[in-house]
Design a protein around this ligand. Structure first.
Ligand SMILES: [Zn+2]
Length: 366
């Protein structure tokens, strides 16, 4: 579509020119969501030597970690053009209605520039609003849907695209681990007003983000970012409290006998020191931490096993340090509630019962 005018509407009176099209979209900075500085339990003398070596290699590895999509360089200098109908643009979009007010009196061939969009996403949107249903794909990738969502949000095209968006959303796989795809979903749910998926995806973000979420320039209101971050800090704080409570419990009781208690307390305190938890400042806002990471680190602790001479020797004592603690924190994680669109004054675009993906088993996730 780069070499000539793409006739979305052959009799159209507007030439839509895409400037700065197909630029890099939604760059995910993998250094942004780093875990906190911790030192793993020493396993052998040589363990600490491996880290600097790993860090010094990999000239290209960092670039590979970033999940980014680059546009086609060869097409950057050719601005795609689409012949479209001002009537359809105006009907579908309050933005264009205002912008084009009186413009078409200039006659056929009036031009309008659009800046920074993905050309394929724009073509899908244009075909949809011009009623060319057969030219609108029945499925799109998550990233393409995010690109479409950005355009829909900017031009206020929700009503015109709503029917298509619900079908696309229903066919997409859902992520279960926080990352770029979850942020795409949060944006898509906000733009297309999908409350249940929004609740699920924001819960994943609360459990798995390590600080304020990266919006990557997507239209995600700061209010949503702030609310997610507040909940991440609350939940992480609850998990931390459970660890400190366990430490306090072992000082005054717990364990089946004093020796057992002393062993468990010592291991817990060493672990907390290695994880820097005994030096964590309240003002750190738990940056780098989240409840999933805490559970992951706790599960790495080997509870002390020792020969219990009080039982005649040869009896390995197996009280576990972390089982109850992991259970307690897992319950906190299970009880997390994701955010509601209604909290941000956004009503669902369609009744929940009509949203296809619920039938595909979304309710049972997370
Ligand atoms: Zn014991």
């Amino acid at each position: 579509m780069a070499d000539s005018i793409h006739a979305v509407h052959p009799a159209g009176d507007i030439i839509l020119t895409l400037k700065n099209h197909d630029a890099e979209f939604a760059t995910w900075d993998s250094n942004f969501d780093k875990p906190p500085a911790t030192a793993a339990f020493p396993v052998s003398e040589g363990v600490s030597d491996s880290a600097p070596k790993d860090a010094l290699t990999g000239e290209k590895e960092d670039a590979n970690e970033d999940e980014t999509t680059s546009g086609s360089d060869e097409n950057q200098d050719i601005a795609p053009k689409m012949r479209v109908s001002s009537m359809h643009l105006r009907l579908a979009s309050g933005y264009f209605n205002k912008m084009l007010d009186g413009r078409w009196e200039e006659g056929a061939g009036s031009t309008v520039d659009a800046e920074g969009w993905d050309s394929n996403a724009m073509l899908i949107v244009m075909n949809a609003i011009h009623g060319h249903v057969r030219k609108v794909p029945s499925t799109v990738s998550l990233e393409m849907l995010a690109k479409i969502a950005v355009i829909v949000d900017y031009y206020d095209y929700l009503e015109a695209i709503e029917t298509f968006s619900q079908k696309w959303i229903g066919k997409l796989a859902k992520p279960s681990v926080y990352g770029r795809d979850v942020v795409f979903w949060i944006c898509i749910c906000l733009v297309f007003r999908v409350p249940d998926a929004f609740r699920i995806m924001t819960k994943i973000a609360i459990k798995g983000s390590r600080g304020p979420i990266q919006t990557m320039g997507l239209p995600i209101p700061q209010e949503v970012v702030n609310k997610l971050e507040t909940k991440r800090q609350e939940v992480t704080g609850s998990a931390m409290d459970a660890i400190y409570a366990k430490q306090a419990e072992l000082c005054v009781g717990g364990g089946c006998m004093l020796t057992c208690r002393a062993m468990q307390l010592r291991v817990l305190m060493i672990w907390m020191h290695m994880e820097y938890l005994d030096r964590l400042q309240p003002e750190s806002a738990f940056l780098g931490w989240n409840i999933e990471f805490i559970l992951e680190e706790l599960r790495k602790i080997d509870s002390p096993k020792w020969d219990d001479a009080t039982r005649g020797g040869g009896n390995i004592h197996r009280c576990t340090l972390t089982r109850n603690l992991v259970e307690r924190i897992s319950e906190v994680a299970m009880d997390i509630r994701g955010l509601e669109l209604a909290d941000f004054g956004i009503s669902p675009s369609m009744p929940n019962k009509e949203v296809v993906w619920i039938a595909a088993g979304w309710q049972n996730s997370t």
